[in-house]
Design a binder for this molecule. Structure first.
Ligand code: NAI
Length: 678
């Protein structure tokens, strides 16, 4: 293999170039060659360090993180660059991240292209930097910026760093005038004085609040404080903690989900399928979902037509989309010009003729089979026979929806999540007849919307909502047996969920789940335990926060859930009615049962081929359901807990709710007659 680092000496200047595509990561070979380069440049007046390709070094090689670190270690290389008698000038472009930022800070001078991004994203991988990042950055950028970068993972632009004096110049051609740096005096960053910290308590509090249960942000804060000692003493401590954290569950989980997202974004079965381009999108139904999807499409440069039932509904959709666009303008996410362009690319109407030219139609009308079938009958009449047809249904079977649609190979599900212009997840639903090219185009389209697409087969609730249903069912069983909504919600928030199951239902509204339960009444297994508390809430018109009450009560204009004695009496009353002796549950017990319900359902989904891997399930839950990334997803969590514990928990859950849980094969009870309880 050719060397990833080359050195070319022209006159008294050495040009050291790293070429390790795609992101010039600091692999073992790069580190070894860089260390060698420090020797090779001896005798020159200046060494220019640059990278080939789209970016400067954008991080370490994470695939090496599971194995013992190989020498030369990055701190040795970084320190050698800083200690070199020949000063190094870093020529920076693209993303200067992690090890790349550490190398850049060890150079004597830094020149960057406009817009170059700088960051220490180690915290997002459950780590702290290991090659002097936390020890150099306060010396060059001060405390506030150091905390933002190291503890919160924020990126900074070259323009910000220039203002703070951390880079020497910004230039469209940063390698043009390097000779100007020959002989220029400098103080190595590690030799500079670290600023004393003014208000550590306030910083700690801020970091703790934003960490939401993660440990890495606080470890970074601790490491930053070590700058009070000389670099030679503090850097080895930073390195030791970095290596220790590589083994932590948090870092393993974050690395797992990082790689899972990459694998899942390229499903094996679609690798050879040609993806078409979608420019114009017709959206039928301009309600909550249709308008959110429209905004996501407009934000990424598509032409969008919303088709509604009548002019009044079309006008409402226009206003909703305009207000979403206006919100983005007001928050500074888009410029005036972009705002105007987006609105120019948008139209609504009450007829299908506007869909004629669309490359893709997305249906987001009421959740009713006949209504949806009628929509696709109209769409297939006016649209090209090769235009893609997608349904955003949550629970209906897309195969039934498309049963009479001509050319069913171009039909698929594109299941967005609310609010659709914000939520990253899109389940790309593989209908019976969908061609690989259709699915590949759906995938490419969703990626183009800057979303996270995952491939899912057809079943009730697909991947995400099916697991959600099992999770909610387990939560309701706990209510019946002794817990109260706030205890369950607090336990799951303490686990790291963005919200507990009951407050999340109140936020989303209880109507969809209610309608879904009515749909399932006819087919529900009569032996399965059914807790009617949610039905009783809906019967009282308590549909969640927007109706003022649900599992909790809400004060006007206040989103904070308030415990409601009425609901708690209702729950206790149901338990008494059902002859249940309520007993208290610990937060750990609640977490274990609800997580087991999720992981068991996820495993069944994989075993049935609805998801192609555990990784897919993990991406669905982290990208679409507020599952903490630092726990890696329910399947990764189950791996860390071990199948034995999950089997035991399922035993307990089955005892409390006989006949109500179907076990995945991998968690089947080794003592039972049949391996899989059906
Ligand atoms: P919504 O009730 O807010 O909007 C439905 C819109 O469709 C209404 O504006 C209505 O006027 C329009 N519509 C109804 N029949 C029509 C027809 N024949 N032609 C043209 N427009 C028609 O409903 P929402 O929440 O936007 O849901 C739409 C679909 O998306 C449903 O299938 C739902 O299950 C699914 N979904 C909903 C999610 C949510 O969180 N609300 C999440 C993911 C999917």
């Amino acid at each position: 293999m050719s060397s990833p680092v080359s050195v070319e000496i022209k006159g008294s200047i050495a040009w050291v170039t790293i070429e390790n595509p795609p992101v010039n990561a600091t692999s073992t070979a790069v580190r070894a060659d860089l260390l060698q380069a420090v020797e090779t440049v001896k005798g020159c007046d200046l060494a220019v360090l640059q990278c080939a390709g789209k970016t400067f070094v954008a991080g370490g090689d994470m695939s090496e993180f599971d194995a013992p670190p190989q020498p030369p270690h990055l701190p040795v290389v970084v320190d050698a660059i800083e200690a070199s008698r020949v000063p190094f000038l870093a020529v920076l472009h693209g993303s200067v991240l992690g090890g790349g930022f550490e190398i850049a800070m060890a150079c004597a001078y830094r020149v960057a292209k406009p817009g170059t991004q700088f960051g220490m994203p180690e915290v997002n991988m459950g780590l702290i930097p290991g090659a002097g990042g936390t020890q150099r950055v306060p010396r060059i950028l001060g405390w506030q910026t150091s905390i933002e970068m190291a503890c919160l993972g924020q990126l900074k632009r070259a323009e910000d760093l220039l203002e703070m004096g951390a880079i020497d110049a910004i230039s469209d051609d940063p390698a043009a005038n390097v000779q100007d740096y020959i002989g220029r005096p400098f103080t190595p960053v590690s030799k500079r004085d670290a600023p004393s910290i003014e208000d550590l308590d306030a910083f700690s509090e801020q970091v703790r609040r934003l960490a939401k249960g993660r440990a890495a942000p606080l470890h970074n804060l601790t490491a930053l404080q070590w700058t009070a000692a000389p670099y030679e003493l503090s850097q080895p401590k930073e390195r030791a903690l970095h290596l220790e954290l590589r083994q932590s569950e948090e870092s393993r989980a974050l690395r797992h989900i990082f790689f899972a997202e990459r694998t899942v974004s390229r499903p094996a079965i679609l690798r050879d399928a040609p993806a078409g381009t979608i420019r114009e999108v017709a959206i039928v139904g301009g309600g909550l979902m249709g308008c959110g999807i429209a905004a996501a499409c407009l934000n990424t440069g598509h032409q969008v037509r919303i088709i509604e039932r009548d002019t009044e509904a079309a006008q409402t959709a226009t206003e909703t989309v305009q207000s979403l666009m206006l919100g983005a303008l007001e928050r500074g996410k888009v410029s005036e010009a972009q705002f105007r362009d987006r609105l120019k690319a948008f139209q609504t109407s009450d007829g299908y003729k506007d869909a004629t030219k669309a490359d893709l139609a997305i249906e987001a009308v009421f959740e009713d089979l006949e209504t949806k079938q009628a929509v696709f009958a109209e769409l297939s009449r006016v649209m090209r026979p090769d235009a893609l047809l997608a349904t955003n249904t949550s629970y209906l079977n897309p195969n039934d929806i498309f049963a009479d649609t001509p050319h069913p190979d171009r039909c698929l599900g594109l299941h967005f999540f609310s609010p659709a212009h914000i939520m990253k997840l899109v389940e790309v639903i593989r209908t019976e007849a969908a061609s690989d090219a259709t699915l590949a185009t759906g995938f490419a389209f969703a990626k183009g919307l800057r979303k996270t697409p995952v491939l899912a087969g057809v079943c009730d609730g697909f991947i995400g909502n099916r697991i959600l249903a099992a999770y909610r069912r387990a939560a309701e069983y706990l209510l019946a047996d002794g817990a109260l909504p706030h205890q369950v919600d607090n336990a799951m928030r303490a686990f790291g969920m963005a919200m507990g199951p009951f407050e999340a239902q109140d936020q989303a509204g209880l109507q969809i789940a209610d309608a879904n339960r009515r749909r399932q009444d006819a087919t529900r297994d009569p032996h399965e335990r059914y807790i009617p508390v949610s039905d009783r809430l809906c019967a009282e018109g308590r549909f969640g926060r927007r109706s003022g009450a649900g599992w909790y009560r809400y004060k006007p204009d206040d989103k904070t859930p308030q415990r409601d004695p009425w609901v708690e009496t209702l729950i206790a009353g149901y338990s008494a009615e059902a002859g249940i002796v309520r007993s208290a549950l610990t937060p750990e017990n609640i977490q274990m049962q609800l997580m087991t319900a999720m992981a068991n359902e996820g495993a069944r989904i994989v075993e049935e081929g609805i998801a192609d891997s555990d990784a897919t399930v993990d991406v669905v839950k982290t990208a679409g359901y507020g599952f903490p990334r630092w726990r890696g997803g329910p399947m990764h969590w189950a791996e860390t807990v071990g199948a034995k514990i999950l089997r035991q928990t399922l035993d307990t859950m089955e005892q409390a709710s006989p006949g109500s849980w179907r076990r995945a094969a991998r968690y089947s009870n080794p003592n039972s007659q049949s391996k899989v309880t059906e």
